[in-house]
Design a protein around this ligand. Structure first.
Ligand SMILES: Cc1cc2nc3c(=O)[nH]c(=O)nc-3n(C[C@H](O)[C@H](O)[C@H](O)COP(=O)(O)OP(=O)(O)OC[C@H]3O[C@@H](n4cnc5c(N)ncnc54)[C@H](O)[C@@H]3O)c2cc1C
Length: 330
């Protein structure tokens, strides 16, 4: 591991200034992803600015009925928060589907959002990877690509975004509050992460020195009937092959409101707007659910080893919508 300096940030503005001024500096949350990357040689910051002691560890109600989650809130604390469990169960379930108890005790909301892809080639510094070393090529394109993207990929990168929590937040219309050099700004979670295009080295729209300070959830009645389902190779301690975050309200046999986001399918949490549009006002039937899935997957492109993801998304989404239409019962 490259030697590095460690500082504990005492206030947010100076943390931003420190990292903004130094291209070799990085914020440190729980360190469960960044420190792994330092060990692997994927990341070599020379200065770590620890942001876990900043005053961002609260979950608070907002005047409009929404919820503000501090960026330093640990994944474990967020998952068991009573308001989250009752009003946004999809978020609690997504968190509990990720990593392990020990990791969730350390992992922060801000760090979780910015964790990097688990593409094996990205993590293996002996192989070409456009995301790790731009211009070297994408080893996954013709390699082991069973875990890779079916939506929104490019010729430069087929990696998928790994965070379960971010998929739930994408479905909940959440907003990320960022403190940067020019002050605070707000970014829809769905706009935070990027598709790879020709610059896969950029995971997000954030600029150097941008510090995530909070995530806000809007008051969203439909979210009370929501759930997260993660399909994976093992029952725990495994990333999603595909996942579905969904919220559904059915009135008089028709879909009155719906939110859907998909994980394990793209370089970013994938908000399924086409499926939602197909469902709004439609009869709450398996046929409608299948049509909605087909609309979302119309542009899906499989690689050599991941064609199974297309029917897997379709079937998982239909199953989730059936369950939610029955009030969450299977
Ligand atoms: C064995 C293992 C299994 C896992 N399984 C899963 C899984 O199934 N599902 C899942 O979703 N995740 C999984 N994870 C990933 C885990 O959720 C992440 O490592 C964790 O959420 C990252 O949070 P952190 O606070 O430790 O981030 P860090 O490692 O501290 O930071 C990650 C990145 O975010 C930046 N950063 C941190 N905080 C901020 C901030 N406030 N503002 C701006 N930038 C910031 C850092 O500079 C770094 O670039 C797994 C991890 C491991 C090691």
């Amino acid at each position: 591991m490259t030697p590095f300096d460690y500082e504990r940030a005492s206030d947010a503005s100076s943390a931003v200034a420190r990292v903004a001024a130094n291209p070799n500096a990085a914020f440190l949350g729980g360190g469960t992803n960044l420190v792994d990357h330092m060990r692997l040689g994927v990341a070599h910051p020379q200065l770590l600015v620890d942001v876990t002691r900043l005053p961002f560890s609260r979950i608070e109600s907002l005047p409009d009925g929404g919820i503000r989650i501090g960026a330093g809130v640990r994944n474990s604390d967020l998952a068991v928060n009573r308001t989250i469990r009752e009003r946004y169960p999809v978020l609690s379930q997504a968190l509990l589907a990720g990593a392990s108890g020990q990791l969730r005790n350390l992992a922060t909301t801000g760090g979780n959002l910015l964790q990097r892809t688990r593409c094996a080639y990205f993590q293996d510094v002996t192989t070409p990877c456009n995301k790790r070393t731009p211009g070297t090529g994408c080893s996954a394109m013709e390699g082991h690509n069973r875990d890779h993207a079916i939506l929104g990929a490019s010729d430069h990168c087929v990696a998928v975004h790994p965070s379960d929590m971010a998929v739930a937040l994408a479905g909940l219309d959440a907003t990320v509050v960022v403190l940067g050099r020019q002050g605070e700004r707000r970014i829809a979670v769905t706009d935070l992460h990027r598709l790879p295009s020709t610059t896969p080295e950029r995971d997000t729209v954030l600029e150097r020195g941008d510090l995530i300070i909070a995530v806000e959830l809007p008051p969203l009645p439909v979210a009370a009937n929501s759930a997260y389902y993660k399909v994976r190779d093992r029952a725990s301690y495994a990333f999603a092959l595909v996942s579905v975050a969904a919220a559904l309200e059915v009135r008089d046999g028709r879909v009155a409101d719906v939110r859907i986001a998909l994980g394990g399918v793209a370089h970013k949490p994938w908000r399924a707007l086409r499926a939602e549009a197909a469902l709004r006002g439609a009869a709450a039937t398996d046929e409608s659910y299948g049509r909605a899935a087909d609309a979302e997957l119309a542009d899906a492109r499989a690689l050599q080893h991941n064609a199974f993801k297309i029917p897997l998304v379709r079937n998982t989404l239909r199953m989730m919508l059936r369950r939610l239409a029955q009030g969450g019962r299977s």
